[in-house]
Design a protein around this ligand. Structure first.
Ligand code: ADP
Ligand code: GN1
Ligand code: MG
Length: 370
């Protein structure tokens, strides 16, 4: 048995799944955690599934703080969902505690493992196929933010410091270019140049925050389409997942991160850039859905900055992929060499597209102001 298999087996032993574990397979396409789907056979009852995850120690240095945040936020959301007549077992994640009563099990390397019951009869999309589906995810993320509007933000840990600090991401990219530890800089001249031409942009949202124009809220911070589960029966977004980065942040970033991932028809690592283009109709659908879900929870200034959120999250994500490529792909999981560079290039193509239809993006937001 390899060490990885041994850790997995120990993690499985640390939880009581209420039935015999008949298998655990790698699952999903997240870039950060190691995710497994656990199949169990509880006596004569049908198979029950669970999600078992090893939280990335590389991304999250204090898993106890990640889990404390998730425990607090999910128990708060469950009350909100129940009060609104929803189903708290399906509309947010539920933590399955370990045999020792704690929210996670730690392996000998310090890796933290946690378990969620699998939310069944759902689907998870890697690409928005219709504006309607994209809009339903938008309503879910808008509603997520509204439901957490009064959550005590000061009780949340900052699970990844400076996570959406675009200025700091720029500094880290420059350091990676200067260090060039993999000798890859000579092969990527256009990409750092693309960022250099947009240095001032990196400060736009942060400056608005510093000036008190944009408020800090409890935000999700990783709102890509595959972080929401859609109900297979209704087609509607059901459950916002991947709560590791829920912490104080900017609403415009939550909006923008969804746009960068979903308002186009390609996967994030598409190698044929001629296929990658920003789709204003999908932007329109998402804007309408997000504002419907948020139900007036956003200020006028936040509405003004929504297009900036889209541009900045796309630029920032491209910067992060490029930095990781230059540093040797230690942060985002890759399945092939050059994948992080491909991911970076799709993001920069989308940024350039957004710049070209900037006025139309602003007009879309204005259309949905009440
Ligand atoms: P990562 O941080 O690596 O993206 P996620 O928490 O997003 O990890 O999980 C990876 C994938 O696992 C998701 O995209 C989704 O397909 C699936 N998943 C996670 N939690 C659940 C759950 N409770 N029920 C069903 N599927 C889930
Ligand atoms: C990561 O965890 P996942 O795959 O949902 C990353 C996001 C990036 C995204 C790019 C904790 O999201 O910030 O935008 O990849 N999550 C973390 O696809 O860094
Ligand atoms: Mg995810």
């Amino acid at each position: 048995m390899s060490q990885a298999e041994q850790f997995l087996q120990e993690a499985l032993n640390a939880f009581d799944f209420g039935g015999q574990v008949v298998g655990a397979v790698r699952f999903g396409s997240g870039h950060i955690n190691d995710t497994f789907c656990v199949h169990t056979q509880p006596g004569e009852d049908p198979c029950r599934r669970f999600i078992l995850q090893r939280i990335s120690a590389n991304a999250f240095h204090h898993p106890d703080q990640v889990m404390a945040n998730i425990a607090g936020v999910t128990s708060y959301l469950k009350k909100e969902i129940a009060a609104a007549g929803g189903d708290p077992e399906r509309e947010t994640l539920s933590l399955h505690t370990a045999r020792d009563g704690s929210f996670f099990h730690t392996d000998v390397e310090g890796g933290a493992w946690r378990v969620y019951p699998f939310v069944e009869n759902t689907m998870c999309l890697q690409c928005a196929d219709t504006p309607q589906r994209f809009a339903t995810s938008a309503r879910a993320f808008g509603k997520f933010q509204r439901m957490l509007k009064d959550y005590p933000a000061d009780t949340l840990y900052e699970t990844i410091p400076r996570f959406h600090d675009t200025e700091d991401r720029l500094v880290k990219l420059k350091a990676a270019v200067a260090a060039d530890v993999m000798g890859r800089v000579q092969s990527v001249q256009p990409e750092p140049a693309f960022v250099a031409a947009r240095e001032a942009d990196c400060s736009v949202a942060l400056q608005a925050l510093r000036e008190g124009k944009l408020p800090l809220r409890v935000t999700h911070n990783d709102t890509k389409l595959n972080n929401v589960l859609l109900d297979r029966s209704t087609g509607e977004a059901l459950c916002v997942i991947d709560l590791d980065t829920v912490m104080p942040g900017l609403s415009v970033n939550d909006f923008g991160d969804s746009i960068r991932f979903g308002a186009n028809h390609c996967v994030e690592d598409e190698t044929d850039l001629s296929k990658v283009s920003f789709d204003l109709n999908f932007f329109d659908a998402y804007t309408q859905g997000f504002l419907e879900g948020a139900q007036g929870a956003l200020t006028e200034a936040e509405l003004d900055y929504l297009p900036w959120g889209a541009r900045l999250m796309t630029l920032e994500c491209g910067i992060r992929f490029l930095t990781d490529y230059l540093e040797g792909d230690h942060y985002f999981h890759i399945q092939r060499p050059g994948q992080n560079l491909d991911r970076c290039r799709t993001q920069f193509k989308l940024v350039a597209d957004m710049e070209r239809c900037w006025d139309e993006m602003k007009a879309v937001v204005d259309q949905y102001r009440t």
